[in-house]
Design a protein around this ligand. Structure first.
Ligand code: NAG
Length: 422
């Protein structure tokens, strides 16, 4: 409750200071909602392993409702679905695709307007309005009056079904980092920097919670611990009573185990490549939108809301790669999000028509992120305490931290060499 109030307060304060500004473009990177565990015990779930649960679906639906208020009700997007304005790409998993649809139902809720009228229903029933297909038991199968999707807006969610180098969301779109991840993820030594302090805290609780023998408990590896913590967190989200009465410290590390399993598997250079690839299309579209606004913003039919529906993996690595000032995270919870919002001053655009009129606000789970490049430039060159990035500084930051070697498709085509064999 307290947290809700705080978020409301913070967002209404920022609305006040942004009153003269207008929102031009949004990039949303978001994790799927709550799901069943990937491995370990899953007997308590009504969906198969790794699948989105009903509460997970609800999480993203509610997020969509909030995004409708934030982005449609203020006029960034049209009230009714305009396919030119929104692009949503998901990874090729049922939980991320279903999450995308759930969020879209929140953004464009079912309406009376799109319901079929009686004449249209009759035309479908009689077969006249149907595509030229043979349908068995047509009278029974086709009953437009009973369509549970009636009133819903159909919106495509794009995803690559097989690994493809233009798929920037999945590691499979970059052979080099995919191989590095496959090699590093299952290895004990990948987690050496944290296993020494996390394992001793969690070994006993996990043993009791999951009924492990002493041998199993002593033989527990970090990748196994991660599986148990994944299962325990999934159960917790569904309101299933905890298997053990964890202390605050134990629960902290139960959550924190995830962060290292996601980020230590992408050492410095690989994180750069992965993050640069994830960000390139959204950033290019943000830039195009800025040019379009400076050019007089002549059409409503252009892309202004770009959504990547992904996993904890992408969020954790983008967060670490951004190096936000004074901002840490314990884990990447279900439905976690990072928003990159492009704002502009309309008076400035009308007179100057250039990049200096634009700012970028970055928000992680409702918390504003600060970037060193922006803070430094605001203070040292403009004498301002402003914590929001100018568009130019934001670009400088992502370029400085980004991968800048050979073209990405060439880099990604390289073969991974394990460190010990170099
Ligand atoms: C990983 O660590 C566990 C527990 O210490 C051990 O049993 C296992 O053999 C290790 N695996 C490798 C490949 O070293």
């Amino acid at each position: 409750m307290k947290i809700d109030h705080l978020i409301l307060l913070v967002s209404s304060l920022s609305m006040l200071t942004q009153a003269a500004d207008k929102l031009g473009f949004v990039f949303e990177l978001v994790r799927h909602g709550a799901r069943a565990p990937q491995k370990a015990q899953k007997d308590q779930f009504m969906v198969p392993e790794g699948m989105l649960t009903a509460s997970g679906q609800r999480q993203r639906y509610l997020m969509g409702s909030l995004n409708k208020q934030r982005y449609i009700d203020i006029g960034l997007l049209d009230d009714t679905y305009n396919p030119a304005q929104i692009y949503i790409q998901s990874t090729n998993f049922f939980r991320t695709i279903q999450s995308s649809y759930a969020e879209l139902i929140g953004i464009y809720p079912p309406s009376q307007k799109t319901k079929l009228n009686d004449g249209e229903k009759q035309s479908l029933k009689s077969g006249k309005g149907m595509p030229k297909l043979k349908i068995r038991n047509q009278g029974k199968t086709v009953d437009p009056g009973q369509d549970p999707m009636e009133g819903f807006q159909y919106i495509p969610v794009f995803n690559y079904q097989t690994p493809d180098e233009s798929d920037d969301l999945m590691t499979g779109g970059c052979k080099l980092i995919d191989e590095a991840d496959a090699y590093l993820f299952p290895r004990n030594d990948t987690y050496e920097p944290v296993a020494d302090y996390i394992m001793p805290v969690l070994r006993k609780p996990i043993q009791v919670a999951y009924g492990l023998t002493d041998d199993q408990a002593w033989g527990l590896s970090y990748p196994q611990l991660y599986d148990y913590s994944d299962s325990q967190l999934a159960e917790d989200k569904e309101g299933i009573p905890r298997r053990y009465s964890y202390s605050a410290e134990e629960w902290f590390y139960m959550r924190n185990t995830q962060k290292w399993a996601l980020s230590l598997t992408f050492p410095q250079e690989y994180k750069k490549i992965f993050a640069t690839k994830i960000m390139r299309n959204p950033l290019m579209n943000m830039h195009n939108r800025m040019n379009e606004i400076n050019d007089g913003d002549k059409t409503r039919d252009s892309l202004r809301y770009f959504i990547y529906s992904a996993h904890d993996l992408q969020i954790a690595n983008i967060l670490e790669w951004l190096h936000p000032v004074g901002h840490d995270f314990v884990d990447v919870t279900y439905g976690s999000s990072i928003f990159f919002e492009l704002w502009y001053d309309t008076d400035c655009v009308n007179s100057l028509r250039d990049e200096s009129c634009f700012k970028v606000k970055i928000i992680h789970n409702g918390m504003p992120l600060k970037l060193s490049t922006c803070l430094d430039a605001n203070w040292y060159t403009r004498g301002s305490y402003d914590q929001i990035c100018t568009y130019t500084d934001f670009r400088a930051h992502t370029t400085n931290f980004g991968y800048s070697g050979m073209p990405l498709h060439e880099k990604c085509a390289e073969t991974f060499t394990p460190p010990s064999m170099e």
